[in-house]
Design a protein around this ligand. Structure first.
Ligand code: ATP
Length: 391
């Protein structure tokens, strides 16, 4: 398979997250990475911001860097753009070492969180600005600006100034301005941070559509895990300048490799216990209160080892009666709190394994709910719902 080409066919409707990842160059040993970061390090006055990080990104990916504030995401983008110089390590784009290449010569453009639109210029003048500076012929500027206005659906507002636009519209102009120069790699630093939740969600799908149409490789920085899961072909969860886990959104969500990642991506219950049986295709764990936890995937750990089983709240079934069937993966407890979120309720249950959260869709109205505060309940889950974590 060639590493070149889009991950989604141009012009096809946006599909979120993993659906676009049917073409998976990262699983193809012959695929050549488009961006290669090798043992990259960057410190600021003794503080390590990027700590020996290596990463391959493939052409046409929508790659998300995700992590808590201060974990080094923006520094990594700035290193790629050439605004910072690494202390050591190597950055290659299309096989070319970027060390001697100044920012303005890199095939990279960066879209900032603030959008930084020129307030005295109209939408089309803002988009045309970079091309004018590069002395692109007038006719070509007009064609490319029109193309971009259509792409971001801003043609009817082309003559407006930024202060006459909504946040979402300004975001689209900033995107058009970044794309009009046809970078090979677009870096987006928290591009949707200024938008309210609903607009943010809509714009995420718009970004996916646009990225698929233009076929440019996008690297987005966000601290919002839902956003990363929605837009990304793959994501890297960072912590203290390192990558803790790299994978498609569903790999990272379903199979976190540590308690740190499990807790950072979504909500999770962690049950501590000791391995009773460690088979090739299953693990049986003994936990507090005589609970037996069965997971249908093997792990690389010995009998007796302390492990944590991670189970997402939506994977737990909560019932007022003990469920039929085997006694594994079932604990009882008492409801001490119910969080009503409209679409779902979160049941907080005190159990011998600690406080456990279970999410249920609100198919019934609140008043008709069969489980209430102080009720004795049973929580159960299937062997493929949990993941055994060693750290
Ligand atoms: P946020 O989500 O808050 O933007 P981030 O993950 O993007 O965080 P960075 O901005 O990359 O984090 O910063 C990583 C670390 O490096 C932080 O501790 C930050 O204080 C430090 N840092 C970044 N830039 C500089 C600088 N120019 N001088 C000194 N320290 C810096």
């Amino acid at each position: 398979m060639s590493p070149a080409g889009h991950l989604g066919a141009p012009g096809t409707p946006a599909k979120s997250g993993d659906k676009r990842a049917r073409v998976e160059p990262w699983n193809d040993p012959t695929a050549v990475p488009y961006v290669r970061l090798v043992d990259l390090r960057k410190s600021f006055s003794g503080h390590v911001a990027v700590d020996g990080l290596s990463l391959n990104i493939y052409r046409g990916e929508f790659f998300a860097l995700l992590g808590p504030s201060g974990c080094g995401k923006t520094t990594l983008l700035r290193l790629l753009a050439g605004f910072e110089t690494p202390d050591s390590g190597r950055i290659e784009i299309e096989g070319v070492d970027m060390a001697p290449v100044p920012p303005y010569r890199r095939p990279v453009n960066m879209m900032f969180q603030s959008y930084a639109l020129f307030p005295h210029m109209t939408v089309e003048q803002n988009i045309a600005f970079g091309l004018k500076q590069d002395r692109v012929p007038r006719g070509e500027i007009a064609t490319r600006v029109t193309e971009m206005l259509d792409l971001v659906r801003m043609a009817p507002l082309a003559r407006r100034k930024p202060d006459q636009l909504s946040g979402g519209q300004q975001q689209r102009v900033a995107l058009a301005r970044a794309l009009v120069k046809r970078p090979k790699l677009l870096l987006l630093d928290e591009p949707l941070a200024a938008l309210d939740r609903k607009l943010r969600e809509e714009t995420q799908f718009e970004l996916i559509n646009i990225q698929e149409k233009v076929g440019i490789t996008f690297v987005i920085v966000t601290h919002d895990q839902e956003e990363a899961m929605t837009v990304a072909t793959r994501m890297a969860v960072m912590d203290h300048g390192r990558i803790r886990q790299l994978g498609t959104p569903s790999e990272v969500y379903e199979y976190p490799n540590s308690r740190h990642v499990a807790e950072f991506i979504g909500d999770v219950n962690l049950f501590e216990g000791q391995i009773l049986e460690a088979g090739r295709d299953h693990v049986l764990v003994s936990a507090a209160g005589g609970a037996r936890i069965l997971v249908d995937r093997g792990v690389d750990a010995a009998v007796g080892a302390t492990v944590w089983t991670a189970v997402r709240p939506e994977k737990l079934r909560i019932t007022a009666e003990p469920p039929d069937g085997p006694a594994t993966n079932c604990i009882s407890g008492t409801v001490y709190d119910i969080g009503y979120l409209g679409d779902v309720s979160i049941y907080h249950v005190a159990t011998p394994l600690g406080r456990v959260r279970a999410t249920e869709a609100n198919r019934l109205r609140l008043v008709e709910r069969p489980i209430s505060w102080d009720d004795k309940v049973w929580l159960s889950w299937s062997p493929n719902a949990g993941v055994v974590l060693l750290q």
